[in-house]
Design a protein around this ligand. Structure first.
Ligand SMILES: Nc1ncnc2c1ncn2[C@@H]1O[C@H](COP(=O)(O)OP(=O)(O)OP(=O)(O)O)[C@@H](O)[C@H]1O
Ligand SMILES: [Mg+2]
Length: 569
């Protein structure tokens, strides 16, 4: 993912190398300061050294700015691309992914995990590269100044590296469980906030708070366990560093006293060592961030690695506009958990036909109509439009021919206008108004303070159930697609509006192929054909008039509703 930004990265690296060299020069300058100015008392050096020092800091400053900013830019660009990619990817995943993965967890991946990856990318790019480079240059200075002292220092190095590695490993493990707990917490928060009405109605506030507290406590404990190690790292490194410095002063000091080295060399060595010590210590904190980032990116990439099983086939063609029929051949379907919901269903729907689907709850009606826009693929058999198997055409060409009102009304926290014109750019106002009118939504929209510009809240929370349904009908009407799927589209309307909307829908259905699912049988009396689905199969088929005398499932459902209505009246 860094590849597109290699150009910037190269410039940044160049600046970084310059910074490292300048850092080395800073340490080196100590030698002439002490030897030439203090010991040998050379007058001309008094001007030269400060000037050189100023030059060094100036170049270092400019390059420092260049590389930190460029690296941050690269890091943030990678994160931006990653966020976009994961968003796009999530939306290409089949419905089954969303039925399995809690919403809070998805949110936590896209927000919290990617933030950790961001930390790793920018810190590692900035930190590790710079530290490595600087440490290398300074070690060069150290060796140049006094190789014997350098060797002593090197013997100590493994003792410093070992805790870094050890702590890093522990940190990665902790970080994984921290992020997993954060996902659980996000999910509980999401569920209880969206379901707050039920939480209140069932007086479960205390219960949910306790559940939340348990999770947060777990999070607390894990973070604390992590902090214990984290906080230990720094002092431990300091102590080890102290031992090293002590040894160097003891040995180096004795060399100066015996006249084997100049004081300038010694101090220059000491400064270089002190400076090199910083990046080495820096590795430990960078390593922590890196381990955290690795853990988080594993989680991000595990989402990116889920392949969409419902996707365009290689070389899939475009589905031409429907002309003849939709054919379902021996369609079988099972959800991931195994039980077969549709058990070999065969059905042909002619273009322009209105097919009503009725049957007891849980019979498989919604499952069946969800197969037509390929929200999932059949487990057996096939579905074809005009002889084109749905799996051989592009999803886009298929779905753009389908208008749908789903059983659960799905609206977005946006204006009514944008909800109705969802997916249509630059839709003329008259069309939106006409669709709203046909769906009998115009009256109530006009009464809203801001009319079509009213923002309706999450999932349309500021509207009544029936109003929401009418908006979603208007949306389907506006799409003006040749195939229409209405899954309990009018179930939340009162009898009168239902009657009105029904008329609008009937106008609309005229030259469209329509699947209507309805529990209220009064709404489907004038369908061209009615099929009754029970236990994943078609058990009866015909018109209202032909089914009623059969005294089967349909007549039973019909009579039950009929008697209920008279009883109420
Ligand atoms: N995502 C899912 N995973 C597993 N099983 C599911 C899933 N969705 C539905 N089912 C099961 O599939 C069966 C058919 O469900 P479906 O929603 O198609 O019924 P339906 O006929 O539309 O019922 P209703 O009239 O109540 O809407 C049910 O037994 C249901 O439990
Ligand atoms: Mg259903």
């Amino acid at each position: 993912m860094i590849r597109p930004y290699l150009g910037w990265l190269r410039i940044a690296m160049f600046c970084m190398v310059v910074v490292s060299i300048m850092t080395g020069a800073q340490a080196y300058v100590v030698k002439p300061v002490i030897d030439d100015i203090f010991v040998n008392k050379k007058q001309e050096m008094l001007l030269l050294v400060p000037l050189a020092l100023f030059g060094i800091f100036l170049i270092k400053g400019v390059c420092y700015y260049g590389y930190t900013f460029l690296l941050a830019k690269v890091g943030q660009s990678v994160i931006r691309d990653m966020r976009n990619r994961i968003f796009e990817h999530i939306h290409s995943l089949p419905l089954s992914f969303f039925q399995k993965t809690p919403t809070g967890e998805i949110i936590s991946r896209v927000i919290a995990d990617i933030t950790l990856v961001q930390g790793a990318v920018s810190h590692v790019l900035v930190g590790v590269l710079k530290d490595l480079c600087t440490a290398a240059v300074l070690l060069g200075v150290i060796f140049y100044m006094n190789w014997k002292l350098a060797v002593i220092t090197f013997v100590l190095l493994p003792f410093m590296v070992y805790p870094i590695v050890l702590f890093g490993r522990k940190h990665r493990r902790n970080s994984t469980s921290i992020q997993e707990t954060i996902a659980l917490v996000s999910n509980l928060l999401f569920e209880t906030v969206t379901g707050t009405r039920i939480v209140k109605a069932f007086c479960m506030e205390k219960y949910e708070s306790r559940r939340f507290a348990v999770m947060v406590e777990k999070l607390f404990a894990t973070i604390l366990r992590d902090e214990r190690i984290h906080c230990l790292a720094h002092p431990l490194m300091e102590v080890l560093g102290g031992i090293g410095f002590g040894l160097v002063i003891w040995y180096g000091g004795s060399e100066v006293l015996h006249g084997e080295a100049t004081p300038g060399t010694f101090f220059s060595f000491l400064v270089a060592l002190g400076m090199a010590y910083e990046p080495i210590k820096g590795f430990s904190s960078v390593n922590n961030t890196l381990q955290q980032g690795i853990a988080a990116s594993l989680r991000v990439f595990s989402v990116l690695d889920i392949t969409a099983d419902v996707a365009d086939k290689e070389g899939a063609g475009s589905l031409p506009p429907i002309r003849e029929k939709i054919e379902l051949q021996d369609v079988r379907f099972r959800y991931d958990d195994g039980t077969e919901v549709l058990k070999g269903l065969t059905l042909t729907v002619q273009v322009g036909e209105i097919l009503a689907i009725v049957g007891p709850s849980g019979g498989g009606k919604s499952t069946l109509v969800n197969l037509i826009p390929r929200f999932a693929d059949v487990s057996g058999g096939s579905i074809a439009i005009d002889g084109h198997d749905l799996r051989d055409v592009t999803l886009h060409s298929l779905r753009s021919q389908i208008g749908m009102v789903t059983q659960q009304t799905i609206l977005f926290n946006d204006t009514i206008r944008n909800n109705i014109a969802y997916g249509l750019d630059d839709c003329p106002e008259e069309k939106i108004v006409a669709a709203a009118q046909a769906a009998h939504a115009l009256d109530f929209i006009r009464q809203l303070p801001e009319g079509f510009d009213t923002v309706i809240g999450e999932s349309g929370a500021r509207l009544s159930g029936g109003e929401r349904q009418r908006i979603s009908i208007a949306r389907a009407l506006l799409k003006d697609a040749p195939i229409l799927i209405l899954d309990e589209a009018t179930s939340s309307l009162d009898t009168e509006s239902e009657h009105e909307v029904q008329k609008a829908l009937e106008n609309l259905m005229q030259d469209r192929t329509t699947f209507v699912i309805a529990h209220r049988l009064s709404t489907i009396r004038n369908a061209d054909r009615i099929i009754v689905i029970q236990d994943g199969n078609i058990v009866e088929e015909g018109t209202h008039e032909s089914l009623l005398p059969l005294k089967g499932v349909y007549s039973m459902l019909y009579n039950m509703q009929f008697t209920k209505v008279t009883a109420v009246v």
